[in-house]
Design a binder for this molecule. Structure first.
Ligand SMILES: *Cc1c(COP(=O)(O)O)cnc(C)c1O
Length: 384
């Protein structure tokens, strides 16, 4: 056993203030949750529209278990692809303005599966330095020549793209998960066009929140399937359920069905999750008040936090980080806030670069203005 030296390794992680613990939640997901029996106001969830515990979504889930039970029994290509999955894929294609969509069991799996299905050793993949870990892993796993460019720096990207045989794929988060800022997609897609490259956008944090009907960053920027041939979205965030999808051309989706190993070799999502998601998709489209109200909350927070002289990032998205720098300090503030009844996560390396530890504050359409004010009051009492 001791050959692996796990205890030493764990001790080292502790000394670097990077040790992670799980909190045990004993309530449904929402703006007020219960941690170890104690109620807290939640500013850490990605349930931006407040649909994870929506009565209509729950009702659809329960009803679908009457028709389909719980387990899907096998992969989509064997006997796990139900009518509910199929209908959801068609609705997601229409929602995103793409020819087709394909469900994956998680966003992580979608990203790993897509990049490695499309790219191989002859090809080149370029990724923003702040892309989500699953995109980075997908790029590395594909075996393609892999380069990261400076965050949102298109000059750096342009310099790195070499004319060579094979395919070129540029991959970016739509809304960056730890900074909350948007990718410069209009410029990026035009650069890609000049270089005969494809663009893949992971819009985990833009879908539902940005765009007139919640179509995310591609709707916000008006980008077509031709400009962004590979669009990936997750269902566990704004949609409040679970899973992910990729949307694009007929040929892209058929290629993924044949070749994406994380699609072929895994059990399909439960059909009841697909039914619940069909209902949350309807709510995402119809309830534009959720997006409008979320924006209002973000503005209220930004005005208050800048009066307190906190260092905010340039973004109006539902992700509002406060830069702290030192990992230990970020953890201490997060703990102090928790003692006062607020759940705000401290994000540390390796999730963010060294020296850029931060509090990651996220908002939900279910928050009340008064809860934002209470958070600001609590932040105001913390020594900086
Ligand atoms: C959450 C997230 C993922 C992973 O999605 P899961 O469905 O949670 O596996 C991928 N990309 C980004 C940008 C994310 O924020």
């Amino acid at each position: 056993m001791e050959f692996f030296h796990l205890a030493d390794e764990l001790e080292k992680i502790k000394q670097q203030n990077l040790y992670r613990h799980r909190r045990i939640i004993s309530s449904p997901q929402g703006v007020e949750i219960e941690i170890n029996g104690k109620p807290v106001i939640n500013f850490s969830s990605n349930d931006y529209l407040g649909l994870a515990n929506h009565p209509d979504v729950i009702k659809s889930f329960k009803k679908a278990t009457d028709s389909y039970g719980v387990g899907s029994g096998s992969a989509h290509l064997v006997c796990g692809h139900s009518h509910s999955h199929h209908a959801l894929e068609e609705e997601l294609a229409e929602f995103t303005g793409r020819e087709r969509a394909l469900l994956f069991s998680s966003g992580y799996m979608a990203n790993v599966g897509v990049i490695s299905a499309l790219m191989n050793r002859r090809d080149q993949v370029f990724e923003d330095r702040l892309n989500h870990a699953s995109l980075i892993d997908g790029g590395l796993l594909s075996g393609a020549k892999f380069k990261r460019y400076r965050h949102n720096d298109l000059n750096d990207l342009q310099k790195k793209i070499l004319d060579r045989e094979g395919r070129t794929l540029i991959v970016t988060d739509g809304v960056f998960s730890m900074d909350g800022d948007l990718a410069k997609l209009p410029e990026l897609t035009s650069l890609a066009n000049d270089k005969n490259a494809w663009v893949m956008v992971d819009d985990a944090h833009g879908l539902g929140v940005l765009g007139k009907t919640g179509g995310g960053v591609v709707q916000h920027c008006g980008l077509t399937q031709q400009q962004v041939p590979v669009l990936m979205g997750t269902l566990g965030k704004s949609f409040g359920t679970f899973g992910a999808f990729v949307a694009g051309s007929e040929e892209l989706i058929e290629t993924l069905i044949q070749k994406a190993r994380t699609y072929v070799f895994t059990t399909a999502l439960p059909a009841a999750i697909a039914e619940a998601t069909r209902t949350s998709l309807k709510l995402v489209i119809a309830d534009s008040w959720r997006r409008d109200y979320l924006k209002q909350l973000v503005t209220r927070f930004r005005v208050g936090a800048s009066q307190l002289n906190f260092q905010l990032m340039q973004t109006d998205s539902a992700i509002q980080p406060i830069l702290i720098g030192d990992s230990q300090k970020a953890v201490e503030i997060s703990e102090a806030l928790l003692n006062r009844g607020f759940l705000v996560s401290a994000i540390r390396p390796p999730t963010v670069p060294k020296g850029e530890a931060r509090l990651r504050i996220t908002f939900s359409a279910n928050h009340k203005e008064q809860q934002i004010d209470l958070l600001l009051d609590a932040l105001g009492t913390i020594p900086q």
